[in-house]
Design a protein. Structure first.
Length: 55
């Protein structure tokens, strides 16, 4: 019974922080699909991060 209470307690704590994600700074949304489009600077930062962290 005690294990269930521990699980419920930790389920509310987020694992990841999405404040710096590319989609955090939404510039626009597509009209039909409602897909968010990030700002150009956020897209560029995400690409630079991927290029720098390649194997």
């Amino acid at each position: 019974m005690e294990d269930k209470n521990k699980k419920e307690h930790f389920m509310g704590i987020p694992i990841e922080k999405h404040d710096t994600a590319a989609w955090a700074n939404i510039e626009d949304t597509k009209p039909v699909s409602n897909v968010s489009v990030p700002a150009k600077s956020e897209t560029r930062n995400a690409k630079d991060w991927v290029d720098a962290n390649q194997k």
